[in-house]
Each structure stands twice: as structure tokens, then as C-alpha cells.
Ligand binder design. Structure first.
Ligand code: EPU
Length: 294
């Protein structure tokens, strides 16, 4: 039996990629699979591997630029694995749980640690895979264990050492799909104080960044040991407000590209490349993308 027959109830065909990424650009995907359990993720990967079919993992889509045309790779979308369970000072969370929801649930439960992610979009799986963070901290500071399914379908538990977390980076086995994580948090006495802190972080972000448009969050990583952040380097290179087709670099924060008028992926890609070239010409630095181009 082929993987399509095996998992037919979980497959959506001819899917609009725009709907799945926060920048709202892109063409269509031939197949998107929404597994309901980690075992279904395992069965899917086993079947795809057996048939030599490539796949890509898509969580909240906040750091992905899909192509304008048709994507043949199967998309694994673990959004239904969205559990949240408190066990003392730990929480067990599913990869598909939206990161803003994780922050809200933990602060309501009086558990600090992931409050540093206030305002970060996406889902837990992507947050772990890219070690999401802000200037207040990163998710790796709270991760105790990560459950994945490997390319052969088997289950594995990865420690922070296995994941070798770094700035916006984690090391995952090729083809692995994150299904969930155990986070170790710290209980606070004053829940309302924790919720106030989250509110302050959100306010800070709303003031400094364009939070109400279709965008990826920051498109480039900050340089290592930065004297200047990527935002400042892009700003100095005169990129604020530069537009191409329906996309433009935010006039508020130069590290954000926005889809303002039905942009194409090609418009966004052009701006990413132009930004890289202008920063190199202005500051002599090669900035690295946070956004993954498919
Ligand atoms: N700035 C400029 N011009 C700009 C943009 C920023 O002068 O066009 C200045 C700001 O005025 C500020 C400084 O640069 O003094 C830093 O800007 P910001 O506070 O926005 O921080 P950032 O380093 O650009 C990082 C993360 C953000 C995170 C913020 C706040 C990266 C690449 N970015 O941005 O994360 O929200 O700190 O904690 O690490 C993301 O990763 O997607 C992201 C948005």
C-alpha cells in the first residue's frame, strides 16, 4: 500500500501555501499531511522513506519562504500535536502548539521561563528547531527533552546536548520531525507580576517592530558578537521602505520584509538578496538569513 492510501484521511491535496506562512506568499503544494499523533508521524516518515519521497516540515510558517510555483515535496504539518500538560515545574507540549499560546498558558499557570518568547510567532516545533528567542532569552534555556520521529519512523528523545543549541539554531537528525518537548520552568509566587512582564515584552515589540502586517519577524540573524544588529546594518544601508512588487522592507524596522500588496515569493526573494548585497557593500559584512527559502 502506498503512503497516500495509508494516510489518506490525513492528506490535503493542492494546498495554497500562502495560507500556511506568515508572510502570505507562495504557490501550491501537491500534498500536505496533518498527522494526529506522533505514531502517525512515524508511520508517514517510514512510508515516505520506503518510497523515496522527499518531505519538508512546516510548523507555524513564520520563517519559511515557499516558491511561487508548485511544490512537489510532501509537507508534514504537525499542527494537530498541540497538547499542553503541566506536571509540577515541567510542561509537556506538542510541536504544533502555537508559541504565543505556550507563553499565555505558562504565564497563567505561574511558570516562568518561556515568558521570554512573548511576541514570537510560530509553533513549538519550529521554536525548538530554530532556538527561537528574543533579547530576554531563548527557548533552549527551558528545554529538557525533545521527542522526535526519525526518517525511518522510529521514536527518539533528544537532550539539549544532542541538539547543540546555538543562536537561532539546533542540530536535528536529517529528516527528523519534532513531535513534542518537555520544558523545565520555574514556578513564581506572583502570577500577575509574570503576566505584567509578558505584557511589557509585547508592548516593547509592538513599539519597535511591525507586528500588524504579513511578515516573517526578523529576516536576518544578528551577526555574532554584534557591534551592530542586522536591523541597524540594514538601516544604515538605506533599505527601509525599499519595495519590489507587492513586498517592501518595513519603514519601521529594516530587518522586516512585509507583504503589503499581494506580493510574490520572487519579490520577497529579490529584497532578501538586495539587502544582503547592500549590507555587504556598505558595511563589508555578509549577514545570514533567518528565513529558510524553499
Ligand atoms: N534599529 C535601527 N534601525 C532598524 C531596526 C532597529 O536602528 O531598522 C535599532 C533599534 O532602534 C534598536 C536596535 O536596533 O536600538 C535593536 O533593534 P530591536 O530591539 O528590534 O532588536 P533586534 O536585534 O533587531 C532582536 C531579535 C528579534 C527580537 C528583538 C527583541 C534577531 C535577529 N532579532 O531584534 O527577534 O524580537 O531582538 O527582543 O535576533 C526574530 O528573530 O524574528 C525576531 C523578531
Amino acid at each position: 500500500m502506498s503512503w497516500e492510501q495509508d494516510l489518506s484521511a490525513r492528506i490535503r491535496a493542492d494546498v495554497d501555501l500562502k495560507e500556511l506562512v506568515t508572510v502570505r506568499v507562495g504557490g501550491r503544494a501537491r500534498h500536505l499531511v496533518v498527522p494526529q499523533t506522533a505514531d502517525e508521524v512515524g508511520a508517514l516518515l517510514r512510508a515516505l522513506t520506503a518510497e523515496g519521497r522527499p518531505w519538508r516540515v512546516l510548523g507555524g510558517g513564520s520563517n519559511v519562504l515557499p516558491p511561487d510555483g508548485v511544490l512537489d515535496d510532501v509537507i508534514v504539518h504537525p499542527k494537530a500535536l498541540d497538547g499542553f500538560e503541566v506536571a509540577g515545574d515541567r510542561v509537556h507540549v506538542g510541536a504544533g502548539l502555537p508559541t504565543p499560546r505556550l507563553v499565555a498558558l505558562c504565564s497563567r499557570a505561574g511558570l516562568a521561563g518561556v515568558h521570554v518568547l512573548a511576541g514570537v510567532p510560530g509553533q513549538v516545533g519550529g521554536a525548538v528547531a530554530m532556538n527561537a528567542g528574543t533579547r530576554h532569552g531563548e527557548i533552549c534555556d527551558s528545554v529538557e527533552r525533545v521527542s522526535v520521529r526519525l526518517a525511518d519512523g522510529s521514536a527518539a528523545e533528544l537532550s539539549p546536548d544532542d541538539l547543540a543549541f546555538d543562536y537561532r539554531h539546533a542540530r536535528l537528525p536529517e529528516g527528523a520531525v519534532i513531535c513534542g518537548a518537555t520544558l523545565r520552568l520555574w514556578p513564581v509566587d506572583d502570577t500577575s507580576e509574570l503576566r505584567r512582564t509578558v505584557g511589557c515584552y509585547l508592548k516593547e515589540r509592538n513599539e519597535a517592530q511591525p507586528t500588524r502586517t504579513w511578515n516573517f519577524g526578523c529576516m536576518f540573524k544578528n551577526p555574532p558578537a554584534p557591534e551592530k544588529t542586522a536591523g541597524v546594518l540594514l538601516d544604515l544601508a538605506g533599505l527601509k521602505g525599499l519595495s519590489r512588487g507587492g513586498a517592501r522592507i518595513s519603514p519601521i524596522h529594516a530587518n522586516f520584509v512585509e507583504n503589503v500588496d499581494d506580493a510574490k515569493a520572487a519579490d520577497v526573494l529579490w529584497l532578501l538578496q538586495e539587502a544582503e548585497q547592500r549590507v555587504l557593500a556598505r558595511s563589508g559584512l555578509q549577514i545570514e538569513r533567518e528565513v529558510r527559502t524553499w
